[in-house]
Write a protein that binds this ligand. Structure first.
Ligand code: COS
Length: 377
């Protein structure tokens, strides 16, 4: 049984505790789903999460404020039950993050659909030549009358292939580097946009490489101002990086529970938990889990109470929680012995699932860079 004591921390309000309880019941009734067809599984989960009201939390109302503690709690709980449900939930938020924070009333109509689960969202940021270095974005958006024409490639795009709507970052050329980018809202059925590769990864989910060949978008597709695309992307990432940490925390809690259960199980020569070295490992796991939770909910709380920017807190939360979860899960595998690497055993799946979280939405070394710049500024 996962530790729920953290819900009493002062970061939370009664509404968060109430939501956590209701979501536990929902997860028990609906998860896990069959993931063999990742596209179907994602569509099914988005529809169910939308129908039952959970996706409302993935987008902001007209004031442009997201409740980061709620997003983190939901991701943590979903990830603990089923990483795929967490993925389906999280991408609706990340995909529409720019619209939540900077969208016009017209653009927010898409938000109504993604929050209801009737449309699937994707965030098209990464390129074959611009992963960590967003300022190197090569996709171009050229003026075309009142509108724009986009050409280029985006890769490792979650929900690529099944999304109905993307936010895409492209170079509009106001200045070199980071100051010459803009964000656009791009419906998936726009002529010239195609899926050129579906990408299979170690913990499968819908993922693709997209190509834009003269994709025509109206002037109203611009999210934020021209030349503001880098800051739009970074603001979205600042909001969602703590939530990646929260998903990692959910994975770590599940692995820890499995390790404790395993350690307490009676064996002819005594339970593993009787050995002090095993106790030491369990203590380290419990410690890193609590430290990760503190960093995550500190970042979320800081944003929710009105901090203008939480780049440093978000980077700390994401970096520590994802690396810590990898260590906890690795130790849980170790404590399972041969069973730990057996296909289908929970900790084996978690071992594959956690890995990408140390890479996506800013690899660990990017988080170190963000923290170091804040320290040195
Ligand atoms: N919020 C608002 N503005 C920000 C910002 C943030 N979090 N971070 C940087 N900026 C601003 C800076 O203040 C600077 O503004 P000025 O030009 O007005 O001074 C501008 O944006 C450029 O910032 P910086 O010089 O720090 O940019 P870099 O090119 O050095 O990039 C990193 C910084 C590496 C941190 C950034 O490219 C990054 O986060 N990369 C990872 C991308 C990523 O997470 N991809 C995941 C894809 S999966 S969705």
């Amino acid at each position: 049984m996962a530790d729920k004591g953290f819900l009493d921390w002062p970061f939370f309000e009664p509404r968060h505790r109430d939501l956590a309880g209701r979501l536990e019941d929902w997860c028990a009734a609906h998860l896990p789903v069959d993931h063999r067809d990742v596209d179907d599984a994602c569509r099914e989960l988005v529809a169910a999460l939308g129908r039952d009201g959970w996706l409302v939390h993935t987008g902001a109302d007209a004031g442009g404020r997201l409740d980061i503690r709620t997003l983190c709690l939901i991701r943590e709980i979903l990830a603990r039950h089923d990483g795929f449900a967490d993925f389906a939930f999280a991408m609706q938020g990340l995909g529409m993050g720019a619209v939540s924070l900077f969208g016009t009333a017209g653009q927010r109509q898409w938000l109504d659909r993604t929050r209801a689960g009737t449309a699937i969202a994707g965030f098209a940021l990464t390129e074959p030549g611009a992963g960590s270095d967003v300022a190197a974005t090569a996709t171009v958006a050229e003026r075309d009358g009142d509108g724009w024409r986009l050409s280029g490639e985006k890769t490792y795009i979650s929900n690529g292939g099944i999304a109905d709507i993307y936010v895409v970052i492209a170079r509009t050329g106001e200045a070199p580097g980071a100051r010459g980018l803009s964000a656009f809202l791009m419906p998936a059925d726009t002529p010239g946009l195609s899926v050129v590769e579906r990408i299979d990864v170690m913990a499968p989910h819908p993922l693709a490489r997209l190509r834009m060949e003269g994709v025509a978008l109206p002037g109203a597709a611009l999210v934020g101002g021209t030349g503001e695309g880098f800051k739009v992307a970074m603001a979205v990432l600042d909001h969602f990086r703590p939530t990646v940490g929260a998903a990692a925390l959910g994975f770590a809690r599940r692995a820890f529970d499995a390790a404790v259960t395993r350690a307490k199980a009676p064996r002819p020569s005594g339970a593993l938990a009787d050995y002090q070295m095993v106790q030491g490992h369990l203590a380290d796991m419990a410690l890193t889990i609590d430290a990760a939770a503190l960093l995550i909910y500190r970042a979320a709380w800081a944003k929710d109470r009105g901090a203008a920017r939480i780049s440093r807190e978000a980077a700390m939360a994401k970096l520590y929680a994802t690396e810590a979860a990898q260590d906890v899960i690795d130790m849980a595998v170790q404590l399972h012995g041969g069973d730990g690497v057996r296909a289908g055993v929970a900790v084996e799946g978690l071992y594959r699932e956690i890995r990408a979280l140390r890479i996506y939405e800013g690899a660990s070394d990017v988080q170190r860079l963000v923290i170091a710049r804040s320290v040195l500024s």
